[in-house]
Structures are given as C-alpha cells and as structure tokens.
Design a protein around this ligand. Sequence first.
Ligand code: MG
Length: 178
Amino acid sequence: MSKPILCLDFDGVIHSYSSGWKGARNIPDPPVEGALSFMEDALIAGWDVVIHSSRARHFGGITAMRNWLRMHAGNSWDSMGVALADVRFTRWKPSAVVTIDDRAITFTGVFPSLVDIRAFKPWYKIPAVICSEELARYYQAMANRAAGKATLGDAITIARGHPGPPEQPVTFASLTGH
Ligand SMILES: [Mg+2]
C-alpha cells in the first residue's frame, strides 16, 4: 500500500523566507525552526513527505531546494533508515492527505468574505505580542517612523518565538511588507 502523502509548501513553511523572493534557484535563508525534525518525524511515522513549490516549475528549482535541504540536514540527510534524503520534490501538485502552506485558508464549506481574504496574512506577518525589550523597541521605532523620526530599513532584532527567524535582524520592510 502506498504511503499517505503529506504535502509541504517550501517558502514560508520549510524555508524561512525572511529575505523574500530572490529567484527560483536562490535560497538564502535558514529553515524555519523545527522544520527538519518535523519532516524526520513524519517520515518515521510513515508519511510520504512531498515538497511542492512554485520553484519546481523553474529550471534548476528542484535541485536548488534539494541541495539547500541537504546542506541544512547535515547527518540527518543520509543516515541509516529514514533520512531527509527521502523527502520528495514534485513539479505537480500531489494527491495529498494534508497540505501545510503559509498562504492558504482551510476550506470549511463556507467561503470566507473577500474582506477576510484581503486581510489574510501569513504567520510571519502577523503582529507579534510584545514580550521582549527588542519588540517593545520595535513598536516604539514604528511609532517614530509614523511620526517621521525613523526610516524604512531601520533594523531591529526580534526575540525567539516571534515571527521571523530567531535572533535575526529584521527591517521595517520585512515586518510590514512595505
Ligand atoms: Mg509559501
């Protein structure tokens, strides 16, 4: 019996995508925290883990994603038994049992309003709860920016557990999408 397919989007789910789109073969950012161990656990649990990304439609896109995964997997790439090298990449949307995507809404049988669609944000663009000094400074800086006292591109550091990769400098542009 074939294994059930777990379909994963790449950018914003596996690849942290904090730099935004830099081309189909250019994958500059680290994995989302927990992404690699999640895929390992899923493989061990018997899922056929398939990454389906628009990058795959471009020449060299699948090779670039595979090389990126191999680079970040380290010893988990090719260990005995289940390994991240077993993760598959497809050019076509697979017949998945479940799909994880940062830019999707689960259809419940009731269509969302167009207002909700317009307001949709992926997880890394949802405003964070202020629970660190850094974030407090960020919001202060945002207020300053609104008042014309700060400029686009001013960098701050956000703490672990907040949208964006941990301890990585982010800019107004990356946080606000401007
Ligand atoms: Mg995505």
